[in-house]
Design a protein. Structure first.
Length: 421
């Protein structure tokens, strides 16, 4: 019987982990430069936390990995990092505000695997809790944009919209606000299933008067919005965000897209989606928005909040496809080779290298130099260091560049200096 990994999950080789850690470390560094503090929450939550009406919504509840623990309590694996964070804030209401948090972690959804979409995947979130100002939305969005730029992305677009504004627009087209959550969940599938299928799903939910509304959001922009809703406070807020984005150097990335709505039920106004040009097959590589009512679901009062998330898997898939970064096969810099009965001496040498911060390993199988040279090459280790009786007596060791084949006899201090550069 062959034991296979579960559908929608993956194993990551050491070389793949080098790339993933490069991405994680880059995002973490940028988020910290924007003043965000790292938070960690449990991988699983009580079912009532994840399935709350204003959390993910009915469609997402069907995607949660649900289980019963040994105490007969209903649990679920987190489907995003926002809901656990909202529960955390509700549990810690006295936390200083604004609370600027980031979290990088894995989440799970029982979804159909496809390009860049898995059942176990990683997200990298930033959120601002406690501010209603558009500058808070742009601060979180700015951290994500800066992270993408740091990873080498230049050709991406940040689509923005305002769900509260869309609700006003829907009413204008005689669609009741109470129908908007279902309507928006259907529209959110537009890129995946196309307009005809979206219209069918909308009809199946008993929502009428949608044709003119759908045509408007597909073909209209700010000018048409100003004509339809000249007195709208939400429209004024949207214009304020777009104006502020230019002052903060984000305007070149932003594009008002009325047909982009985001499907999660907890979004209350602004929503964002980030797409890389020419890589539309992967869908959005980042998304987020404002969710002013979510924390109140888990606590005694509402608390304004906004955030944005990077879809790590899709980012990495695009980076690999475009060959955007050259990651070495291994971080190990040198293989120390004991020759004869010199293991104890070689072990002291490898410890000196490690103490100097040079990633080093030593042969543990008592193989000959030729086999060890092949081993080093197969792992991509750039140097080998031979330690034999002659080297021990002279205190000069044979350092070999595995790519060029060049060999040098050097003392340990010079070896450390050379490998530290």
């Amino acid at each position: 019987m062959a034991f296979e990994k579960a559908k929608g999950t993956r194993d990551f080789s050491p070389q793949e982990m080098s790339l993933r850690n490069y991405v994680f470390d880059t995002i973490r560094r940028v988020y910290k430069t924007y003043g965000y503090q790292e938070l960690e929450t449990p991988a699983f939550e009580r079912w009532e936390t994840l399935s709350a009406k204003s959390a993910g919504g009915e469609d997402v509840s069907k995607e949660i990995f649900r289980f019963t623990d040994y105490g007969e309590r209903e649990m679920g694996l987190r489907f995003d990092l926002t809901v656990p964070m909202a529960r955390y804030i509700a549990n810690n209401p006295m936390i200083p505000r604004p609370f600027k948090r980031f979290q990088i972690g894995r989440v799970w959804r029982y979804d159909q695997p496809q390009a860049g979409r898995y059942r176990e995947f990683w997200q990298a979130d930033v959120d601002v809790v406690g501010s209603t100002e558009v500058e808070a939305d742009l601060d979180a969005l700015g951290a994500v944009v800066a992270s993408l730029k740091a990873l080498g992305f230049k050709d991406f677009t940040v689509e923005i919209n305002n769900r509260a504004l869309l609700e006003e627009l829907a009413e204008l087209f005689e669609i009741p606000r109470v129908k908007c959550p279902d309507l928006f969940r259907c529209i959110d599938k537009l890129d995946k299933i196309g307009m005809n299928s979206v219209k069918k799903e909308i009809a199946d939910k008993g929502i009428k008067n949608v044709d003119k509304f759908l045509k408007f959001i597909e073909t209209s922009g700010m000018k048409e919005l100003e004509e339809k809703l000249p007195e709208s406070a939400e429209l004024a807020k949207t214009k304020e965000l777009l104006k502020a984005s230019k002052a903060l150097g984000l305007g070149k990335w932003l594009k008002l897209t009325l047909s982009m709505v985001r499907g999660l039920a907890y979004y209350t106004s602004f929503v964002f989606e980030i797409k890389v040009k020419g890589m539309e097959k992967y869908g959005s590589v980042g998304a987020g928005g404002r969710y002013d009512d979510l924390i109140g679901v888990y606590g005694k009062s509402d608390m304004p909040a906004t955030g944005c998330s990077i879809g790590v898997e899709r980012i990495i898939e695009i980076m690999k496809e475009r060959k955007m970064v050259d990651i070495p096969k291994t971080e190990t810099k040198v293989l120390v080779i004991p020759i004869g009965n010199t293991f104890k001496d070689a072990a002291k040498i490898v410890q000196q290298l490690r103490d100097a911060g040079i990633p080093s390993t030593i042969d543990l199988m008592k193989r000959g130099p030729s086999k060890l040279f092949s081993y080093a090459n197969s792992l991509g280790i750039p140097y080998s260091l031979a330690v034999g009786e002659k080297e021990v007596n002279s205190k000069k060791y044979t350092l070999k560049n595995m790519e060029s084949g060049k060999q040098e006899e050097l003392g340990i201090d010079k070896i450390i200096s050379k490998l530290s550069n």
